[in-house]
Design a protein around this ligand. Structure first.
Ligand SMILES: [Zn+2]
Length: 195
């Protein structure tokens, strides 16, 4: 999921902020944009919890921070698997880094209508109703099961990323008029070679 301010120009004060990361250089994946079929098909369950998956998780965090997002799902870097990373602090708090393998929403409560964006649909936002609270059951990068509760933006990020793992984009939650307008604009951008 994209950060609140990614659709418009970011103020230069925040654009120069860099996350406090002291790990080795990471691979920053290009983010796949809307139109690629990988974004609209369900990912395969993760069943190998090895060093490669740990690398992938860290590379996904790096890619997400580079794109100023708060969540990134594996299909967005071309990997059709049920794997995502979330950090609603944008790298400011290492403890806020959440790795979700095979996540599922087990409980949802309340409703919040808020503007949402997606790193795969840059420049476009729309109001989406999401639960205010969710409980998510998932496995961590080592394959250990855990449960996590999210509220507001975190709940939204969980739902948005889990949607990605099911091949669903936030566009599908918009009204038909808004959705068609965005699709039309993207089509035009693609024709101009700008997508
Ligand atoms: Zn997204």
């Amino acid at each position: 999921m994209s950060d609140k301010s990614t659709s418009s120009k970011r103020p230069s004060a925040t654009a120069t902020e860099t996350p406090q990361v002291s790990s080795p250089p990471r691979k920053v994946y290009p983010i796949i944009k809307y139109g690629d079929p990988v974004l609209e098909k369900p990912g395969a369950p993760v069943n190998k919890f090895d060093a490669e998956l740990e690398e992938l998780a860290e590379d996904m965090f790096a890619s997400m921070y580079a794109a100023q997002g708060v969540g990134l799902a594996a299909p967005q870097i071309g990997k059709s698997m049920r794997f995502a990373v979330v950090d609603v602090t944008g790298g400011k708090n290492p403890e806020a880094k959440i790795v979700l393998a095979n996540p599922e929403v087990t409980h949802a409560e309340g409703e919040v209508r808020e503007e949402e964006g997606c790193l795969s649909i840059p420049g476009f936002r729309g109001y989406v109703v999401r639960p205010q609270f969710v409980t998510v059951k998932a496995q961590n990068v080592k394959g250990e099961p855990f449960e996590i509760r999210g509220e507001n933006l975190l709940a939204r990020a969980f739902c948005h990323e889990i949607d990605h793992l099911n091949g669903i984009l936030f566009l599908q939650h918009l009204g038909m008029l808004k959705r068609d307008m965005i699709k039309r604009k993207i089509k035009k951008l693609r024709k101009q070679g700008e997508w």
